[in-house]
Design a protein around this ligand. Sequence first.
Ligand SMILES: Cc1cc2nc3c(=O)[nH]c(=O)nc-3n(C[C@H](O)[C@H](O)[C@H](O)COP(=O)(O)OP(=O)(O)OC[C@H]3O[C@@H](n4cnc5c(N)ncnc54)[C@H](O)[C@@H]3O)c2cc1C
Length: 336
Amino acid sequence: MHQITAIFEDGKSVRFSSRADEIVYQAAYRSNIRLEHDCLEGACGACKALCTQGEFRVDDYSDEALSDAELAIGYTLLCKMKAKTPCTVELPYSSRFLTAQHAPQWLDARVVAVESVSSSVKRMVVQLTAGDIDFLPGQYVHMEVPGAGGAERSYSFANMPAEQQLEFFLKVYPQGVMSDYLRERAKVGDDIRIKGPAGHFYLRALRRPILMIAGGTGLAPMLSMLRSMVRAGAADQPVHLIYGVNEASEFFNASELERLGQSLRLTVERIAVAETGWQGPAGHVTRLLRPELLHGGECDAYLCGPPPMVEAAAAWLRENGMDPARVHAERFVTTS
Ligand SMILES: Cc1cc2nc3c(=O)[nH]c(=O)nc-3n(C[C@H](O)[C@H](O)[C@H](O)COP(=O)(O)OP(=O)(O)OC[C@H]3O[C@@H](n4cnc5c(N)ncnc54)[C@H](O)[C@@H]3O)c2cc1C
């Protein structure tokens, strides 16, 4: 049996198992997941998807439905695909086709820890009271803000998949629906609801060196990725993390990053915009970007944080010749 993770265009994802020698489309059907298709003969291309992780075979299909060039970069036809390993496939349409059973549901959870970890960041740990949530390192959930009339915000998992407790790092702004809750009312024992997972920002197969650029709480999904790499014993590829904040007092989990560096080939550079109380480099993360970090384009880049930071870093990578397909980004866009 291989686990197949299917990620829809709107970022929602589902998982199902595919038996050895089973057609992936049929495995999904057996799990009551209806995927787009037409001929089911490998001739029309309606079930074309991009396999971003894992190995597979496709047999008996027409060149018009799937060209050699497409196959070479990971495209597949689900109606003819057999997984050889766990696979992640991206589908070019939204999750509206999912039956109610598979559409992400609101899950009840309880706050089991909430504490300040820097001048502007709270760490919140929640435990589901029923059900479970399966995700890829880097993905996020929708969280209902307790006592705020159903308002919801998005937060990236910092914990690894398949852990009992879910850990989040939340920025506390002077004003804001979630920020007000965290500052004024949040306490252990609060009921909180989450829905997910969601997002195309997830750790790809570890084939190349990795460059991570995180701004503020954009470190959260990077922690999930780095911790997962340690768990997988994945110390082959070098990882370079550039972690930026506005003020040095906002850095969090610096000692954990040091510990992770003992198990991974991880190097970390921190930078703060304001120089006060900080001896390290001052400015924006882009100040630390230099061509040798790109390994001649043979690396995967992960960017996460406030949209202006992500845009600036993505622009630098583009101007320095990085293939956009190897640049993965999550923008912490705000709701209001
Ligand atoms: C996919 C995704 C994942 C996310 N993951 C995380 C995460 O792991 N951790 C995290 O802290 N946040 C994350 N965010 C952002 C988060 O969802 C909220 O937008 C943020 O926490 C602010 O919520 P709030 O309710 O406190 O403020 P809101 O009520 O949404 O905003 C109130 C006021 O604060 C201002 N404000 C809010 N955010 C910002 C900002 N970034 N910069 C400047 N001013 C701002 C607004 O302009 C507004 O004036 C993520 C967003 C997305 C889209």
